[in-house]
Design a binder for this molecule. Structure first.
Ligand SMILES: [Zn+2]
Length: 241
C-alpha cells in the first residue's frame, strides 16, 4: 500500500492523535501517504491557567494542532468544534465523520479504542470524549459510509459511499500491530511540543512518551538477533472484509 495510503485519523482533542500515533503518521507521510486529521472537539476546557477563557483556549489549541500537523506533513485538518468534555457518539457526529470519509476516501481510518474505559497497567481513566470520538468514527467507517441510503443528502452533494479497508485503533493493553517508529520518534516529540498549552512541563511529558514507546519497542523484534526496537507505537488493526 506504499504511496497509495490515504489515512483519516480521528481524535477527540487537538493532541490526541499526536500522542498515540504521530510516529506512525510521520513514517507514513514520509513514504508518500496522504494523511488527514479530524478533531471532534475544540479542546476548550483543558487548562488550569486562571487567566484562560474557553474561547481563547479553543483558538490556541486549534493553532497548536495546525503547527503539529505541519511537522508531520498532514494534508488537511477538519475541526468539528464540539464543546470539550461534552462529546456524545450520536447520529449527528457519526454523520459528520461519514461525510469526511466520503470526501477523502481513506483506505485506513485511525482512531482511539472505543472499548477502552481505563488502563490499570498505564494508570489512567480514558476520557469520555476519546471513547465517544472513537465509537462514532468506527460506526461512521462501518456501516454508515458504506450504504447509499443512509444519508441521501450526501449523494445530493456529490458524496458517494466508501468502504474503508482498515481500521487502526491506538492501543494500550490490546495489540496486534506494533509499528517501529525509531526513525520518526524525534518528529513525534517535535509535533507534541507544538501543543504548548497542554504541557507546561514538556520534559516530564517527553520522558513519559519515551518510556511508553520504549515499552512497546521491546515487544517488536527487529530481526533474529535483536530483542526489540528502540521505539514503537501500538495498535489494534482490523482489516475489514
Ligand atoms: Zn484527549
Amino acid at each position: 500500500m506504499r504511496n497509495s495510503r490515504v489515512v483519516l485519523a480521528v481524535g477527540a482533542h487537538p493532541d490526541d492523535i499526536d500522542f498515540g500515533a504521530a510516529g506512525t503518521i510521520a513514517k507514513w507521510t514520509g513514504e508518500g501517504a496522504r494523511v488527514y486529521y479530524l478533531v471532534c472537539t475544540d479542546g476548550s476546557r483543558g487548562s488550569d491557567d486562571p487567566g484562560m477563557t474557553r474561547k481563547k483556549l479553543a483558538q490556541i489549541r486549534r493553532e497548536e494542532q495546525v503547527n503539529a500537523g505541519r511537522v508531520l506533513g498532514i494534508k488537511k485538518i477538519f475541526f468539528l468544534k464540539h464543546a470539550d468534555t461534552t462529546l456524545v457518539s450520536d447520529f449527528k457526529l457519526k454523520k459528520d465523520i461519514a461525510q469526511v470519509i466520503k470526501t477523502i476516501k481513506p483506505n485506513i481510518l485511525l482512531t482511539m479504542d472505543p472499548s477502552l474505559y481505563y488502563s490499570e497497567k498505564f494508570s489512567f481513566i480514558n476520557h469520555s470524549d476519546h471513547r465517544a470520538a472513537a465509537l462514532a468514527a468506527m460506526d461512521a467507517c462501518f456501516p454508515l459510509s458504506r450504504d447509499r441510503l443512509t444519508f441521501p443528502d450526501h449523494e445530493r452533494k456529490g458524496l458517494f459511499p466508501h468502504k474503508t479497508k482498515e481500521l487502526w485503533l491506538i492501543g494500550f493493553e490490546k495489540r496486534n500491530q506494533l509499528v517501529d517508529v525509531t526513525k520518526t520518534f524525534e518528529k513525534k516529540l517535535k509535533a507534541l511540543s507544538m501543543h504548548k498549552s497542554q504541557f507546561p512541563d514538556f520534559p516530564a511529558v517527553k520522558k513519559k512518551v519515551e518510556e511508553t514507546a520504549r515499552y512497546f519497542g521491546e515487544g517488536l523484534p527487529a530481526g533474529k538477533q535483536a530483542k526489540g526496537v528502540k521505539y514503537a507505537e501500538n495498535f489494534t488493526r482490523i482489516v475489514i472484509s
